[in-house]
Design a protein around this ligand. Structure first.
Ligand SMILES: [Mg+2]
Length: 180
């Protein structure tokens, strides 16, 4: 059980917010690209637009040679509205944790698995998908707690897994909250 959870649900790292992820941190790990979830990772699930914080963060990464691709399970309409006005690269309707669009993302970014990291707020989609394709992952806290109905079951599963990992000292959110 422990091995299985570690293999599939344990992120490589976790931070509070996407903006805690710095160029330095990524360069230290030899990352050339970031695949990032949209809903509750960059903005709240019900927030249609990118904001300055998101855009500045992406711009800074890209100026430092780290490409960014949005990998979202959101539908075309949702993701296009967010990404197109700012010329952001994206894959919509990604169906994470299925592996297909992680592979497409790697091709679009023209990087190897080792050169990319997946950033997201959900163990059951973002982290599980990344682990299945053996891509490093960074888990962030969801921006808005109250989530869409589709993720309700995922959240319940997530709580069970998180509690299990917390008990085993595999992950420690309370400790993490100190670095805010
Ligand atoms: Mg999300």
């Amino acid at each position: 059980m422990k091995k299985l959870i570690e293999k599939y649900f344990l992120p490589s790292e976790y931070v509070n917010r996407f903006s805690d992820i710095t160029v330095e941190m990524l360069k230290n790990k030899n990352k050339k690209a970031v695949m990032i979830d949209l809903d509750n990772t960059m903005v709240a699930f019900d927030d249609p637009n990118a904001n300055d914080e998101v855009l500045d963060w992406i711009k800074n990464l890209e100026e430092n040679g780290i490409e960014v691709l949005i990998l979202s399970n959101g539908n075309r309409n949702r993701v296009e509205k967010f990404a197109v006005p700012h010329d952001l690269k994206f894959i919509h309707s990604a169906r994470k944790p299925l592996m297909k669009n992680f592979h497409l993302g790697l091709r679009m970014l023209n990087v190897t698995k080792k050169e990319v990291v997946m950033v997201g707020d959900q163990l059951m989609t973002d982290v599980l998908g990344a682990n299945r394709v053996r891509v490093d992952s960074i888990l962030v806290l969801p921006i808005k707690d109250k989530d869409g109905y589709a993720t309700f079951l995922n959240r319940r599963m997530e709580r069970i897994v998180m509690k299990w990992m917390d008990n085993k000292d595999l992950i420690n959110w309370r400790g993490n909250s100190d670095n805010v």
